[in-house]
Design a protein around this ligand. Structure first.
Ligand code: BGP
Length: 465
């Protein structure tokens, strides 16, 4: 690898947050599943801190966006909350204050020279739609989402040229239907598989409407953000390799394939059919998925997945679970981020880049999240009051070097966004681990640029380091 890393022209140096994690619930007329969960069970959230105030972005977006400009960012991703923009979910009647807020936010972003990237769903299903219809289990909810998407395109696509249907749809399945970290913490593999199909369908239907409205003709692009966790087998032994392939199909390719190739991985469908958990679909729905693939892909990368053949006894009491086909493997000597409990393995970014190039038509893509959550950053505050987060700078540099190598070998990557610009609310972990370029004092809401914020400014200016 070379010693200077200069990235392609017009490269995106940016950062991402989401509506529910930054705005606070101010003036929001509806509750998302997370709002509701916090209202009924605040004790499950770290320090009993919920999304009510979050990072106060609803009130401070002007100052916040000016700070992002200050640290050199040229692009910024957030999400529109369905529960803020829409007053009546059935008719998609608009909430006037929601319209005003997102209009101003987008204008302000552009005024500050940052390309806005707008997501339509970041884990924030309206609770009413879960209670009434079972949320993503229901095809009616899929259609209501499409109505919401259509409204957003009508309102903002004159200025927003990069749209994302879903952020990390597999996490909805893992959190809500398999591993109990999203409300209402079900363990139901069959429903999980139906939701896998329905979320793919919702994304494709929204893309279809986007193109029917002619947004693409006005130069706008649409895609999806997937958290790719490449599965590495414990050994080259056939059984380990097969287990890793299944994990890849279930956790990554179940969205990557439909989004880019318009079809589901064959082996996965075979397993679903043989195990009696196949999703319900019509021929027409499958054609919608086939014909409405994405223009751009966002990849959130935090950690790899290490897999071995199933050795533990499968717990039948849980019904069908993907875990029937693999065990997670704790590789000896792996490097960990102890605060988040995630392995640090920057090499994966290169593997992802090459996989997209070789197996996914070298579609234009970008890193839409990469970051390191650290607890207790106060202890790194220096005499000037600045968090000296050298570990974060090193983390970014290491990942960028592998991204660079992938680009050098022809992968079509156009940007690098970190998670997150300003410390924000992290679901059940609330404000335990901080990820930002900018520190947030939760008591006073004061925001201070960290050393990594000064660092990215230089990187962005030089288009590399
Ligand atoms: C991603 C999500 C983000 C964000 C990030 C950090 O999975 O898209 O919403 O929260 O991970 O993870 P966490 O907040 O769980 O530490």
């Amino acid at each position: 690898m070379s010693e200077k890393y200069i990235f392609p022209e017009n490269f995106w140096w940016g950062s991402a947050t989401s509506g529910p994690q930054s705005e606070g619930r101010f003036n929001k007329k509806h509750k998302s599943v997370f709002d509701h969960w916090f209202d009924i069970e605040p004790e499950v959230f770290w320090g009993k801190v919920g999304p009510n105030i979050a990072s106060n972005f609803y009130n401070s977006y002007k100052e916040d966006l000016a700070m992002l400009k200050d640290i050199g960012l040229n692009s910024f991703r957030t999400s529109i909350q369905w529960t803020r923009l829409i007053k009546d979910f059935e008719t998609a009647e608009l909430d006037e204050d929601g319209v005003r807020f997102y209009n101003d936010l987008i204008d302000e972003c552009i005024k500050n020279g940052m390309t806005p990237v707008i997501v339509l769903h970041h884990f924030d299903l309206p609770i009413e739609l879960y209670d009434k219809y079972g949320g993503w289990e229901s095809k009616h909810v899929v259609d209501l989402f499409v109505k919401f998407a259509e409204r957003a395109f009508q309102l903002f696509s004159d200025r927003v040229k990069h749209w994302i249907t879903f952020n990390e749809p597999i996490v909805v399945i893992e959190g809500q239907y398999l591993y109990q970290f999203h409300y209402p913490k079900l363990v139901d593999g069959k429903k999980a598989v139906q939701v896998m199909f329905n979320l793919n369908l919702a994304s494709s239907k929204a893309i279809k409407v986007f193109r029917e409205m002619g947004c693409d003709k006005e130069g706008a692009k649409i895609g999806i953000v997937l958290n790719l966790t490449p599965s590495y087998p414990r050994s080259e032994n056939d059984e380990d390799v097969k287990a890793a392939k299944f994990a890849d199909d279930f956790f990554n390719n179940s969205f990557l394939d439909p989004a880019i190739k318009g079809s589901f991985p064959k082996n996965l469908i075979k397993v679903f059919q043989e195990d009696g958990v196949m999703f319900e679909f019509t021929k027409e729905e499958m054609e919608i998925i086939e014909n409405n693939t994405i223009d751009i892909l966002g990849v959130n990368y935090y950690q790899p997945r290490r897999i071995k053949v199933k050795e533990s006894k499968y717990d039948e009491s849980k019904g069908w679970m993907p875990d029937k086909y693999f065990d997670n493997y704790e590789m000896p000597g792996r490097r960990m981020n102890p605060y988040r409990g995630w392995e640090i393995y920057p090499e994966s970014i290169y593997d992802i880049a090459i996989n997209i190039k070789d197996n996914y038509n070298n579609i234009p893509w970008y890193i839409s999240e990469n970051g390191m959550g650290v607890e207790g950053e106060e202890k790194y505050i220096n005499a000037d009051g600045i968090v000296e987060d050298n570990y974060r700078i090193e983390f970014f540099q290491e990942h960028l070097k592998y991204l660079y190598k992938g680009i050098e070998e022809g992968s079509n990557c156009f940007g690098y966004h970190t998670w997150t610009p300003i410390d924000c609310w992290s679901w059940m972990n609330a404000y335990k681990n901080r990820y930002g370029y900018i520190a947030l004092d939760l008591e006073t809401q004061k925001k201070t640029i960290k050393k990594s914020g000064q660092w990215i400014k230089e990187v962005s200016k030089n288009n590399g380091f």
